[in-house]
Design a protein around this ligand. Sequence first.
Ligand SMILES: Nc1ncnc2c1ncn2[C@@H]1O[C@H](COP(=O)(O)OP(=O)(O)O)[C@@H](O)[C@H]1O
Ligand SMILES: [Mg+2]
Length: 333
Amino acid sequence: MSLQFKLPRKTRVAKKHIMVLSGKGGVGKSFVAVNLALALRELGYRVGILDVDVHGPNVPILLGATDGAIYADERGMMIPIDVNGIKVMSVRYLLEQGVPLIRRGVLKSKLISDMVNKTNRGELDYLVIDSPPGTGDELLSTIENVLVDLGVVVSTPQRIAMADVERAVGALRRLDVIPAGVVLNMSYIRCPFCGNKISLATIDKERMLEELKRAMLYNEIERKLLDHRMKKVKVSAKDPKEAKKELDKIRREMRKDVEKIARELSMLSDVKEIERRLKEYGLELDLSRVEEFDILAEIPLDVETMKAIDAGKPMKVNKEIKEIFLSLARRLA
Ligand SMILES: Nc1ncnc2c1ncn2[C@@H]1O[C@H](COP(=O)(O)OP(=O)(O)O)[C@@H](O)[C@H]1O
Ligand SMILES: [Mg+2]
Protein backbone atom coordinates (compact mmCIF):
# COMPACT_ATOMS: atom_id res chain seq x y z
CA MET A 1 0.00 0.00 0.00
CA SER A 2 1.48 3.33 -1.02
CA LEU A 3 1.07 6.27 1.27
CA GLN A 4 2.60 8.87 -0.97
CA PHE A 5 1.09 12.32 -0.97
CA LYS A 6 1.61 14.76 -3.74
CA LEU A 7 2.94 17.94 -2.17
CA PRO A 8 3.18 21.16 -4.12
CA ARG A 9 6.68 22.04 -5.22
CA LYS A 10 8.02 24.87 -3.13
CA THR A 11 10.31 27.38 -4.68
CA ARG A 12 13.05 29.33 -3.03
CA VAL A 13 12.85 32.96 -4.06
CA ALA A 14 15.18 34.39 -1.41
CA LYS A 15 18.07 33.13 0.68
CA LYS A 16 15.82 33.16 3.71
CA HIS A 17 12.01 33.08 3.91
CA ILE A 18 10.66 34.59 7.12
CA MET A 19 7.00 33.93 7.88
CA VAL A 20 5.23 36.32 10.24
CA LEU A 21 2.11 34.82 11.73
CA SER A 22 -0.30 35.30 14.61
CA GLY A 23 -2.99 33.32 16.30
CA LYS A 24 -5.51 36.02 15.54
CA GLY A 25 -6.01 39.28 13.67
CA GLY A 26 -5.40 42.78 14.93
CA VAL A 27 -2.27 42.08 16.97
CA GLY A 28 0.05 43.90 14.57
CA LYS A 29 1.18 41.11 12.29
CA SER A 30 1.29 43.31 9.20
CA PHE A 31 2.87 46.10 11.23
CA VAL A 32 5.66 43.74 12.31
CA ALA A 33 6.10 42.21 8.84
CA VAL A 34 6.43 45.62 7.18
CA ASN A 35 8.74 47.11 9.81
CA LEU A 36 10.93 44.03 9.75
CA ALA A 37 11.18 44.24 5.96
CA LEU A 38 12.04 47.96 6.16
CA ALA A 39 14.70 47.28 8.79
CA LEU A 40 16.28 44.49 6.74
CA ARG A 41 16.31 46.86 3.77
CA GLU A 42 17.97 49.53 5.88
CA LEU A 43 20.68 47.03 6.82
CA GLY A 44 21.43 46.79 3.11
CA TYR A 45 19.71 43.53 2.22
CA ARG A 46 17.59 42.86 -0.85
CA VAL A 47 14.09 42.32 0.47
CA GLY A 48 10.70 41.23 -0.78
CA ILE A 49 7.33 41.11 0.94
CA LEU A 50 4.69 38.54 0.12
CA ASP A 51 1.31 39.57 1.48
CA VAL A 52 -1.07 36.64 1.32
CA ASP A 53 -3.35 37.73 4.15
CA VAL A 54 -6.75 37.33 2.45
CA HIS A 55 -8.59 38.81 5.42
CA GLY A 56 -6.64 42.03 5.46
CA PRO A 57 -3.99 42.45 2.79
CA ASN A 58 -2.81 45.64 4.45
CA VAL A 59 0.86 45.68 3.56
CA PRO A 60 0.31 48.13 0.66
CA ILE A 61 -1.63 50.47 2.99
CA LEU A 62 1.15 50.53 5.58
CA LEU A 63 3.68 51.18 2.84
CA GLY A 64 1.56 53.90 1.22
CA ALA A 65 1.57 51.94 -2.03
CA THR A 66 -2.05 51.01 -2.61
CA ASP A 67 -2.41 52.17 -6.19
CA GLY A 68 0.12 49.89 -7.79
CA ALA A 69 -0.92 47.71 -10.69
CA ILE A 70 0.69 44.37 -11.41
CA TYR A 71 1.90 43.83 -14.97
CA ALA A 72 3.53 40.84 -16.53
CA ASP A 73 6.94 40.85 -18.15
CA GLU A 74 7.70 39.32 -21.55
CA ARG A 75 8.04 35.87 -19.99
CA GLY A 76 4.62 36.17 -18.34
CA MET A 77 6.09 36.71 -14.88
CA MET A 78 4.33 39.21 -12.62
CA ILE A 79 6.31 42.33 -11.81
CA PRO A 80 6.03 43.23 -8.11
CA ILE A 81 5.58 46.81 -6.91
CA ASP A 82 8.84 48.43 -5.90
CA VAL A 83 8.63 50.46 -2.69
CA ASN A 84 12.00 52.01 -1.86
CA GLY A 85 13.71 48.97 -3.28
CA ILE A 86 11.42 46.46 -1.53
CA LYS A 87 9.65 44.10 -3.91
CA VAL A 88 6.03 43.97 -2.80
CA MET A 89 3.51 41.39 -3.94
CA SER A 90 0.09 41.57 -2.30
CA VAL A 91 -3.28 39.90 -2.61
CA ARG A 92 -4.67 43.45 -2.53
CA TYR A 93 -3.22 44.31 -5.95
CA LEU A 94 -4.70 41.22 -7.52
CA LEU A 95 -8.07 41.76 -5.85
CA GLU A 96 -8.18 45.30 -7.17
CA GLN A 97 -7.39 44.01 -10.62
CA GLY A 98 -10.39 41.73 -10.39
CA VAL A 99 -8.49 38.47 -10.20
CA PRO A 100 -10.94 35.96 -8.74
CA LEU A 101 -9.22 34.87 -5.57
CA ILE A 102 -11.54 33.43 -3.07
CA ARG A 103 -13.58 30.32 -3.17
CA ARG A 104 -15.31 29.34 0.02
CA GLY A 105 -13.07 31.69 1.97
CA VAL A 106 -9.91 29.92 0.98
CA LEU A 107 -7.33 31.63 -1.11
CA LYS A 108 -6.77 29.32 -4.03
CA SER A 109 -3.50 27.51 -3.61
CA LYS A 110 -2.79 28.03 -7.27
CA LEU A 111 -2.86 31.74 -6.74
CA ILE A 112 -0.55 31.62 -3.74
CA SER A 113 1.80 29.43 -5.65
CA ASP A 114 1.71 31.89 -8.59
CA MET A 115 2.39 34.79 -6.25
CA VAL A 116 5.46 32.91 -5.08
CA ASN A 117 6.67 31.29 -8.28
CA LYS A 118 5.45 33.49 -11.08
CA THR A 119 6.69 36.79 -9.75
CA ASN A 120 9.96 38.19 -10.98
CA ARG A 121 11.67 39.68 -7.94
CA GLY A 122 15.22 39.31 -9.13
CA GLU A 123 17.66 38.07 -6.53
CA LEU A 124 16.60 38.51 -2.93
CA ASP A 125 18.20 37.99 0.44
CA TYR A 126 14.98 37.97 2.45
CA LEU A 127 11.34 37.30 1.71
CA VAL A 128 9.04 38.41 4.53
CA ILE A 129 5.64 36.72 4.39
CA ASP A 130 2.56 38.31 5.95
CA SER A 131 0.31 35.28 6.37
CA PRO A 132 -3.42 35.05 7.10
CA PRO A 133 -4.23 35.24 10.83
CA GLY A 134 -5.48 32.31 12.82
CA THR A 135 -4.70 28.69 12.18
CA GLY A 136 -7.46 27.84 9.76
CA ASP A 137 -7.55 26.78 6.13
CA GLU A 138 -6.15 30.07 4.88
CA LEU A 139 -2.98 29.69 6.89
CA LEU A 140 -2.66 26.04 5.97
CA SER A 141 -2.94 26.73 2.25
CA THR A 142 -0.18 29.32 2.64
CA ILE A 143 1.97 26.90 4.56
CA GLU A 144 1.47 24.25 1.90
CA ASN A 145 2.65 26.53 -0.84
CA VAL A 146 5.38 28.66 0.62
CA LEU A 147 8.79 27.59 1.78
CA VAL A 148 9.49 28.78 5.32
CA ASP A 149 12.92 28.89 6.94
CA LEU A 150 12.02 30.90 9.97
CA GLY A 151 8.79 31.67 11.77
CA VAL A 152 8.02 34.72 13.88
CA VAL A 153 4.83 34.70 15.95
CA VAL A 154 3.25 38.04 16.81
CA SER A 155 1.12 38.44 19.90
CA THR A 156 0.09 40.98 22.47
CA PRO A 157 1.24 40.28 26.03
CA GLN A 158 -2.04 39.08 27.49
CA ARG A 159 -2.78 35.68 28.92
CA ILE A 160 -5.77 35.25 26.67
CA ALA A 161 -3.53 35.62 23.62
CA MET A 162 -1.17 32.83 24.64
CA ALA A 163 -3.48 30.03 23.54
CA ASP A 164 -3.40 31.62 20.08
CA VAL A 165 0.39 31.69 20.16
CA GLU A 166 0.42 27.99 20.96
CA ARG A 167 -1.87 27.27 18.03
CA ALA A 168 0.30 29.32 15.68
CA VAL A 169 3.37 27.42 16.87
CA GLY A 170 1.48 24.17 16.27
CA ALA A 171 0.61 25.23 12.71
CA LEU A 172 4.28 25.92 11.97
CA ARG A 173 5.19 22.52 13.30
CA ARG A 174 3.26 20.98 10.40
CA LEU A 175 6.05 22.40 8.29
CA ASP A 176 8.63 21.08 10.67
CA VAL A 177 9.57 24.69 11.38
CA ILE A 178 10.24 25.60 14.96
CA PRO A 179 9.56 29.32 15.27
CA ALA A 180 12.43 31.53 16.41
CA GLY A 181 10.18 33.14 18.95
CA VAL A 182 7.43 35.58 19.68
CA VAL A 183 7.27 39.33 19.17
CA LEU A 184 5.22 41.00 21.86
CA ASN A 185 3.54 43.94 20.19
CA MET A 186 1.81 46.76 22.06
CA SER A 187 3.74 45.75 25.17
CA TYR A 188 3.92 49.20 26.69
CA ILE A 189 3.38 52.88 26.06
CA ARG A 190 5.79 55.70 26.84
CA CYS A 191 4.46 58.25 29.29
CA PRO A 192 4.32 61.49 27.26
CA PHE A 193 5.30 63.49 30.36
CA CYS A 194 8.08 61.56 32.08
CA GLY A 195 9.12 59.15 29.31
CA ASN A 196 8.80 56.10 31.55
CA LYS A 197 7.47 52.81 30.25
CA ILE A 198 3.90 51.97 31.20
CA SER A 199 3.49 48.25 30.79
CA LEU A 200 0.42 46.87 29.06
CA ALA A 201 1.35 43.27 29.84
CA THR A 202 -1.02 41.27 31.99
CA ILE A 203 1.21 38.23 32.09
CA ASP A 204 4.47 37.30 33.69
CA LYS A 205 6.54 37.17 30.50
CA GLU A 206 9.22 34.82 31.77
CA ARG A 207 6.61 32.39 32.99
CA MET A 208 4.75 32.62 29.73
CA LEU A 209 7.95 31.80 27.86
CA GLU A 210 8.57 28.79 30.09
CA GLU A 211 5.03 27.55 29.53
CA LEU A 212 5.29 27.95 25.78
CA LYS A 213 8.59 26.11 25.66
CA ARG A 214 7.18 23.31 27.74
CA ALA A 215 4.17 22.97 25.44
CA MET A 216 6.52 22.90 22.46
CA LEU A 217 8.73 20.28 24.08
CA TYR A 218 5.71 18.16 24.87
CA ASN A 219 4.43 18.34 21.28
CA GLU A 220 7.83 17.68 19.81
CA ILE A 221 8.50 14.63 21.95
CA GLU A 222 5.00 13.24 21.47
CA ARG A 223 5.04 13.66 17.69
CA LYS A 224 8.53 12.38 17.04
CA LEU A 225 8.30 9.46 19.42
CA LEU A 226 4.96 8.36 18.02
CA ASP A 227 6.28 8.55 14.44
CA HIS A 228 9.40 6.69 15.50
CA ARG A 229 7.39 3.87 17.02
CA MET A 230 4.85 3.69 14.22
CA LYS A 231 7.64 3.21 11.68
CA LYS A 232 8.49 -0.11 13.27
CA VAL A 233 4.92 -1.40 13.22
CA LYS A 234 4.07 -4.28 10.93
CA VAL A 235 0.45 -5.12 10.23
CA SER A 236 -0.83 -8.62 9.62
CA ALA A 237 -3.96 -7.75 7.62
CA LYS A 238 -3.61 -7.97 3.84
CA ASP A 239 -6.74 -6.06 2.91
CA PRO A 240 -5.87 -2.31 2.83
CA LYS A 241 -9.02 -1.35 4.72
CA GLU A 242 -8.32 -3.90 7.44
CA ALA A 243 -4.67 -2.86 7.57
CA LYS A 244 -5.64 0.75 8.12
CA LYS A 245 -8.03 -0.24 10.90
CA GLU A 246 -5.29 -2.25 12.54
CA LEU A 247 -2.80 0.61 12.22
CA ASP A 248 -5.27 3.09 13.70
CA LYS A 249 -5.82 0.82 16.66
CA ILE A 250 -2.11 0.35 17.28
CA ARG A 251 -1.60 4.09 17.00
CA ARG A 252 -4.35 4.83 19.53
CA GLU A 253 -2.87 2.43 22.04
CA MET A 254 0.65 3.64 21.45
CA ARG A 255 -0.42 7.24 21.83
CA LYS A 256 -1.43 6.80 25.48
CA ASP A 257 1.99 5.50 26.35
CA VAL A 258 3.79 8.13 24.29
CA GLU A 259 1.75 10.92 25.84
CA LYS A 260 2.73 9.73 29.27
CA ILE A 261 6.42 9.74 28.36
CA ALA A 262 6.11 13.17 26.72
CA ARG A 263 4.40 14.59 29.80
CA GLU A 264 7.06 13.23 32.09
CA LEU A 265 10.03 14.28 29.96
CA SER A 266 8.73 17.75 29.14
CA MET A 267 8.69 18.51 32.86
CA LEU A 268 12.46 18.06 33.07
CA SER A 269 14.32 21.34 33.13
CA ASP A 270 17.45 20.21 31.30
CA VAL A 271 16.96 19.74 27.57
CA LYS A 272 20.17 17.72 27.25
CA GLU A 273 18.75 15.33 29.83
CA ILE A 274 15.54 14.98 27.80
CA GLU A 275 17.56 14.21 24.68
CA ARG A 276 19.56 11.62 26.60
CA ARG A 277 16.42 9.95 27.91
CA LEU A 278 14.89 9.88 24.43
CA LYS A 279 18.01 8.15 23.18
CA GLU A 280 17.17 5.33 25.59
CA TYR A 281 13.92 5.01 23.65
CA GLY A 282 15.98 4.83 20.47
CA LEU A 283 15.15 8.34 19.34
CA GLU A 284 17.80 10.88 18.37
CA LEU A 285 16.27 14.31 18.79
CA ASP A 286 17.77 17.77 18.69
CA LEU A 287 15.67 20.02 20.89
CA SER A 288 18.00 23.01 20.80
CA ARG A 289 15.62 25.02 18.58
CA VAL A 290 12.88 24.70 21.17
CA GLU A 291 15.35 25.72 23.85
CA GLU A 292 16.26 28.83 21.85
CA PHE A 293 12.63 29.96 21.42
CA ASP A 294 12.55 33.43 22.88
CA ILE A 295 10.79 36.75 23.23
CA LEU A 296 12.39 38.35 20.18
CA ALA A 297 11.22 41.90 20.79
CA GLU A 298 8.83 43.99 22.82
CA ILE A 299 7.29 46.82 20.87
CA PRO A 300 5.57 49.84 22.34
CA LEU A 301 2.18 51.01 21.20
CA ASP A 302 2.74 54.35 19.53
CA VAL A 303 -0.47 56.32 19.56
CA GLU A 304 0.71 58.88 17.01
CA THR A 305 1.59 56.13 14.55
CA MET A 306 -1.73 54.44 15.12
CA LYS A 307 -3.66 57.67 14.52
CA ALA A 308 -1.74 58.38 11.34
CA ILE A 309 -2.35 54.91 9.93
CA ASP A 310 -6.02 55.12 10.76
CA ALA A 311 -6.19 58.44 8.92
CA GLY A 312 -4.94 56.58 5.85
CA LYS A 313 -1.38 57.89 5.94
CA PRO A 314 1.54 55.56 5.30
CA MET A 315 3.11 54.18 8.44
CA LYS A 316 5.85 56.26 10.01
CA VAL A 317 7.18 54.90 13.27
CA ASN A 318 9.13 56.76 15.95
CA LYS A 319 12.84 56.35 16.60
CA GLU A 320 12.40 53.89 19.45
CA ILE A 321 10.32 51.49 17.34
CA LYS A 322 12.73 51.85 14.44
CA GLU A 323 15.66 50.89 16.65
CA ILE A 324 13.77 47.88 18.01
CA PHE A 325 13.12 46.61 14.49
CA LEU A 326 16.73 47.17 13.47
CA SER A 327 17.92 44.97 16.32
CA LEU A 328 15.22 42.39 15.51
CA ALA A 329 16.40 42.39 11.87
CA ARG A 330 20.03 41.92 12.99
CA ARG A 331 19.00 39.08 15.23
CA LEU A 332 17.06 37.26 12.51
CA ALA A 333 19.45 38.00 9.65
N1 LIG B 1 3.08 49.02 18.00
C1 LIG B 1 2.15 49.71 17.31
N2 LIG B 1 2.03 51.05 17.47
C2 LIG B 1 1.08 51.73 16.80
N3 LIG B 1 0.22 51.19 15.94
C3 LIG B 1 0.28 49.84 15.75
C4 LIG B 1 1.25 49.05 16.43
N4 LIG B 1 1.08 47.75 16.04
C5 LIG B 1 0.03 47.76 15.18
N5 LIG B 1 -0.44 49.00 14.99
C6 LIG B 1 -1.59 49.37 14.16
O1 LIG B 1 -2.72 48.64 14.66
C7 LIG B 1 -3.54 48.18 13.60
C8 LIG B 1 -3.58 46.66 13.58
O2 LIG B 1 -2.31 46.16 13.20
P1 LIG B 1 -2.09 45.16 11.97
O3 LIG B 1 -0.64 45.06 11.73
O4 LIG B 1 -2.93 45.58 10.81
O5 LIG B 1 -2.67 43.84 12.62
P2 LIG B 1 -2.84 42.37 11.98
O6 LIG B 1 -2.05 42.33 10.73
O7 LIG B 1 -2.34 41.46 13.03
O8 LIG B 1 -4.31 42.22 11.76
C9 LIG B 1 -2.94 48.77 12.34
O9 LIG B 1 -3.53 49.99 12.04
C10 LIG B 1 -1.47 48.92 12.74
O10 LIG B 1 -0.78 49.79 11.95
MG1 LIG C 1 -2.63 42.22 8.74
